[in-house]
Design a binder for this molecule. Structure first.
Ligand SMILES: Cc1cc2nc3c(=O)[nH]c(=O)nc-3n(C[C@H](O)[C@H](O)[C@H](O)COP(=O)(O)OP(=O)(O)OC[C@H]3O[C@@H](n4cnc5c(N)ncnc54)[C@H](O)[C@@H]3O)c2cc1C
Ligand code: FES
Length: 257
C-alpha cells in the first residue's frame, strides 16, 4: 500500500564531492519494504523541479523508523537534496515499484555501477536471511567512484573495477576476471546502473543461461503509472517502469544485448 508522508531529515552525510547519504525519519511506523522498492521525493522549495524525483531505498532502520537514500548529484533536484539540513521535511510517496525475486540458487552475483549499488544493501540483507552466498562486483571510472565497499563486505565478497585502474582490476565490470573466467559459478545475477553496463551484463547472463534481473532507472515523472513517460518495451508490450518495474527479468525485455 502506497503512502504519502512528510519525513524529517535526521542524517546527512557527504561521502565525497558528489555523493551523499540522507536519512529520513518516518512520521508513522514504516510498512514492509522490499529490495528494489523506490520512493518519489517532492522537492517543494527547489525552484524549477516541479516533478518528484525517484530514488531507490538504500537502507531501512526499523528501530529508528527511518529510510536512507544514497544519492549522486547530477542536476537541480539532487543538488537541492544535498543542501538539506537536519530537521527539514521532505514529502515522499513510497514504497513504489516491484522487488527483486528470490534466487533458485544459493550463490548470486550483484553488479552495480554509480548510484546503481543503492538497492543492493537491502537485497544483501534479504538474501542473507535465506542463507544465500553473495558476491558483489562494482565498477566506476576511478577510485572516487567506488564507495561504501565495506558496507557490502558484511554480506559477501566485493570485487571492483575502475577504468583507470586506480583501484581493483583495470577495465569495465564486464571485463572483470570473475565474469570473464567463471560466470557459471553464479546461479543468478542482479544488476543496476547505467544502461550500457546492464545491457552488457544481460548479454553475458544470456550467453551462459544465467537468470538475470535488472533494475531500470528510466526517467520518471508521476511514479504511479499515470503519465506513461517511463515506458520500456517488453515481449508482452510496453510496460511502465514505475509500476511494472523497476525490476525486470532480462528475458522479458526486448533489449538487443
Ligand atoms: C527507480 C529509480 C531509482 C533510482 N535510484 C537512484 C538512487 O538510489 N540514487 C540516485 O542518485 N539516483 C537514483 N535514480 C536516478 C535519479 O532519479 C536521478 O538522478 C534524479 O531524478 C535526477 O534529478 P535532478 O533534478 O538532480 O536532475 P535533472 O536536472 O532532472 O537531470 C539532470 C540530467 O540527468 C538526466 N537524468 C535525469 N534523471 C535520469 C535518470 N533516471 N537516468 C538517467 N539520466 C537522468 C537528465 O536527462 C538531465 O540530463 C533512480 C531513478 C529511478 C527511475
Ligand atoms: S513515471 Fe509516470 S507512468 Fe511511470
Amino acid at each position: 500500500m502506497k503512502r504519502i508522508e512528510d519525513f524529517t531529515v535526521i542524517g546527512h552525510h557527504w561521502l565525497n564531492y558528489e555523493n551523499f547519504l540522507i536519512e529520513l525519519e518516518a512520521p508513522e511506523e514504516l510498512p514492509d519494504i522490499r529490495a528494489g522498492n523506490f520512493a518519489e521525493v517532492l522537492l517543494k522549495n527547489s525552484p524549477g523541479t516541479f516533478l518528484r524525483r525517484p530514488f531507490s531505498i538504500f537502507e531501512v532502520d526499523k528501530e529508528k523508523n527511518s529510510l536512507t537514500f544514497y544519492i549522486k548529484v547530477i542536476g537541480k533536484g539532487t543538488r537541492y537534496l544535498g543542501k538539506l539540513r537536519k530537521g527539514e521535511k521532505l514529502n515522499i510517496i513510497y514504497p513504489l515499484g516491484n522487488a527483486f525475486s528470490n534466487p533458485y540458487h544459493d550463490k548470486v552475483l550483484m553488479v552495480g555501477g554509480g548510484s546503481g549499488i543503492a538497492p543492493f544493501v537491502l537485497l544483501g540483507r534479504q538474501l542473507r536471511e535465506k542463507g544465500i552466498r553473495m558476491t558483489f562486483l562494482f565498477g566506476g571510472r576511478e577510485k572516487d567512484n567506488i564507495l561504501m565497499t565495506e558496507r557490502f563486505e558484511e554480506f559477501g565478497k566485493v570485487f571492483v573495477t575502475t577504468e583507470d585502474g586506480s583501484v581493483g582490476e583495470k577495465g569495465l565490470v564486464t571485463q572483470h576476471s570473475i565474469l570473464a573466467k567463471r560466470p557459471l559459478e553464479y546461479g543468478m545475477i542482479y544488476t543496476c546502473g547505467p544502461d550500457p553496463m546492464m545491457k552488457a551484463i544481460a548479454h553475458i547472463a544470456k550467453q551462459h543461461q544465467i537468470p538475470c534481473e535488472v533494475s531500470l532507472e528510466n526517467t520518471m515523472a508521476c511514479g504511479i503509472g499515470a503519465c506513461l513517460c517511463c515506458i520500456v518495451e517488453t515481449n508482452t508490450g510496453n510496460k511502465c517502469v514505475c509500476t511494472d518495474g523497476p525490476v525486470f527479468n532480462v528475458n522479458d525485455l526486448t533489449w538487443q544485448t
